[in-house]
Design a protein around this ligand. Sequence first.
Ligand code: PEP
Ligand code: MN
Length: 341
Amino acid sequence: MLIIMNREATHEQIQNVVAYIESLGLRAHEIPGESRTAIGITGNQGALPAAQFEELPGVVQAVRVTKSFKLVSRETKPEDTIVQVGDVRIGGTELTVIAGPCSVESREQIFKSAELVKRSGAQLLRGGAFKPRTSPYSFRGLGKQALDWIQSAGKEYDLPVVSEVVDIESCEMALPYVDVLQVGARNMQNFTLIEIVARSGKPILLKRGPAASLDELLNAAEYILSIGNYNVILCERGIRGFSDFSRNTLDLNIVPAVKEASHLPIIVDPSHGTGHRKMVSPLARAAVAAGADGLIVEMHPDPDHALSDGYQSLYPTQLDGMIDSLRQIAPAVGRTLNPRP
Ligand code: PEP
Ligand code: MN
């Protein structure tokens, strides 16, 4: 249920409603909006009678939310959510580009990557320390050592850092080092992991599972919001199709679908979505044209010798070129992309 407060509702009236909800053993989520505050209720089994809330001072209406996901829904919050990571705002008019290697491989490699990412005009640095790999014999990341290096590289070049966590241990380990915790496609419905990650309070990049529906993606995000972490960035990274020319099929259809159903920002990963570096820039441009809030792309200083996902990693100059072309497309869809530093 969603409680809509009067435009002029006072802080005390809002707190009174929150306290009443909590006295029923339920959870209240304050959702401040441009024109009014709403309060989402979760934790109820079955429908709640609206009248008991509508009698409280400052309440305009108690509305039943019809979708299985509630807090992520546009019904609950009409305004777009902006996730703030350091000085970067994800989900506003400015496009966000996250770039970096699939994996952190050495101190030198991640520092060089950070320098190149900064030069390109991208705003965040990515790099995996814990790699879920298809084969158990593939490179699986350098763990804590990688976290330490990527944090230092991010600080050196003033880039907030994104890295994936795969279980409780890696989540605890990553917390002091990273600015955004990535939950990978394979773990999108690992709800025990998602709840642990959510409790950290850090912004979360939630990647869509390769066979997940829109409803499943948004319900996975709902797990995070329902425990009080509202900083979720969704990510389309390709679904399993029958394509014999690409690793996955980038499903850009989901961008406008998410925009309609949810207030959360959505970015697109054309690297995993295509699996081929020559396809990354064209699909990045299509993603921006379709209304994505940003991109996450793999770039490696020496992709031909990368320990993971080299064939889909951009050469540094390709990243520069991709961002330059996005800068031209951005205004056509009401967006901006900052000039290179
Ligand atoms: C990654 O970002 O390197 C990654 C493994 O992504 P995904 O979970 O989308 O496969
Ligand atoms: Mn990768």
